[in-house]
Design a protein around this ligand. Structure first.
Ligand SMILES: NC(=O)c1ccc[n+]([C@@H]2O[C@H](COP(=O)([O-])OP(=O)(O)OC[C@H]3O[C@@H](n4cnc5c(N)ncnc54)[C@H](OP(=O)(O)O)[C@@H]3O)[C@@H](O)[C@H]2O)c1
Length: 270
C-alpha cells in the first residue's frame, strides 16, 4: 500500500515503521511540529507534506493524532485528499465518523491493541499484537485486515457502537493489573522483600489467565473463603501502609465477587 502518515507520534511512527518493514511505502508525513515531521519523513525517505495543500494520492491515510484532535484534523484535511483510497484513525474509542469531514472516501479505524511507548519498541511489539478494525466499507475492511496481517498482527472486527465498551475492556486488561502491582510493590517493600520476587508468580498467573480463564486461575485466601487469613492481611496493611488499606479492601471485594465468596469474606472486611 502507498500510505500517508498524519501525526508522527508514538503510535503513528510505530505503525509506519512496521508497515514500511513489511514492504509498504510511505508517500509523505504531515505533522503539527515541523521538526518532528521532518525527522519522521527522513526516517522513511519521503517528503514532509504541508497542511492546506492536496495530499499525494495514497491507498491509505493513517490519521494518528490524539483522540481529541481527530475531528479537527479531519476537517482541516477536508477536500485535500483527492484520489485517496481510504482513511483511518487509530483510536479504540472514537467513532469512525469523527473522520467524516475529510470527504467522500471509505473511512475506518485501525486500533492496535498494544502499548506503543516509542516508535522502535512499538514497531517491534506490533508483530503478534491484535488490531481492531472498524469500517462499514467492506473493501477497506478487507484491505485493513490484509495490512494488519502483513505486519504479523492479528486483525479482528469491532463494531463502531461497541468501541467504548471494547476500550473499557482494554483499559481493564492493561491498566488495572498495574494498579494492583503498584500496591504489591509497596507492600513487598514495606515487608523488606524486593518486588522482583513476584515475577515468576505474576508470570504464571498471567499464563493461567489465558489458558484456564481468569476465574479458574484464581487462587489464594479470598478464593478459598479463608476469612482469618484475609483479616490478618488487612490488619497488616492497615498497620504498615495505612494509605493502601482502602484500595486493598476494595481489591478483596472485587476478587471475592469473581470467586463468589463475598458473603464469607464480608466479616473480614468489617
Ligand atoms: N501509543 C499507544 O500505545 C497507542 C496504542 C493504540 C492506539 N493509539 C492511538 O493512536 C493515536 C495517537 O496516539 P499516540 O500515543 O501516538 O499520541 P502522541 O504520541 O501524542 O502522538 C500524537 C500525534 O498527533 C499530533 N497532534 C496532536 N494534536 C494535533 C492537532 N491538533 N493537529 C495536528 N496534529 C496533532 C501530535 O503532534 P505533536 O508532535 O506536535 O504533538 C503527534 O504527532 C490516538 O488515537 C491513540 O488512541 C495509541
Amino acid at each position: 500500500m502507498d500510505i500517508v502518515l498524519v501525526g508522527p507520534g508514538r503510535a503513528g511512527t510505530s505503525l509506519a515503521i512496521a508497515v514500511e518493514d513489511a514492504g509498504h511505502r510511505l508517500l509523505g508525513v504531515l505533522g503539527r511540529d515541523p521538526a518532528r515531521a521532518g525527522e519522521a519523513a527522513s526516517r522513511f525517505g519521503c517528503p514532509v507534506l504541508e497542511w492546506d495543500r492536496d495530499l499525494p494520492a495514497a491507498d491509505l491515510l493513517l490519521i494518528a493524532v490524539r483522540d481529541d484532535a481527530i475531528g479537527e484534523v479531519a476537517a482541516r484535511l477536508g477536500g485535500h485528499a483527492p484520489g485517496t483510497g481510504g482513511a483511518v484513525h487509530l483510536s479504540g474509542l472514537t467513532p469512525v465518523d469523527a473522520l467524516a469531514a475529510i470527504g467522500d472516501l471509505p473511512l475506518g479505524s485501525f486500533h492496535p491493541l498494544q502499548t506503543l511507548p516509542n516508535p522502535e519498541n512499538g514497531a517491534a511489539r506490533l508483530a503478534g499484537a491484535w488490531i481492531a478494525v472498524t469500517s462499514e466499507d467492506d473493501l477497506l475492511a478487507d484491505r485493513l485486515f490484509a495490512l494488519a496481517a502483513s505486519i504479523g498482527a492479528h486483525p479482528f472486527e469491532v463494531a463502531d457502537e461497541a468501541k467504548p465498551l471494547y476500550h473499557a475492556a482494554a483499559a481493564a486488561a492493561a491498566n488495572f493489573p498495574l494498579a494492583a502491582w503498584s500496591m504489591a510493590r509497596r507492600l513487598f517493600e514495606a515487608a523488606g522483600v524486593p518486588f522482583e520476587v513476584a515475577g515468576p508468580l505474576v508470570q504464571a498467573v498471567l499464563d493461567n489467565a489465558f489458558t484456564l480463564g481468569p476465574e479458574a486461575a484464581l487462587t489464594g485466601p479470598v478464593a478459598r473463603g479463608d476469612v482469618g487469613t484475609v483479616a490478618a492481611q488487612l490488619a497488616a496493611v492497615r498497620g504498615a501502609v495505612p494509605d493502601l488499606e482502602e484500595d486493598f479492601a476494595a481489591m478483596v471485594v472485587a476478587v471475592a465477587r469473581v470467586a463468589g465468596t463475598l458473603d464469607e469474606i464480608g466479616p473480614a472486611l468489617a
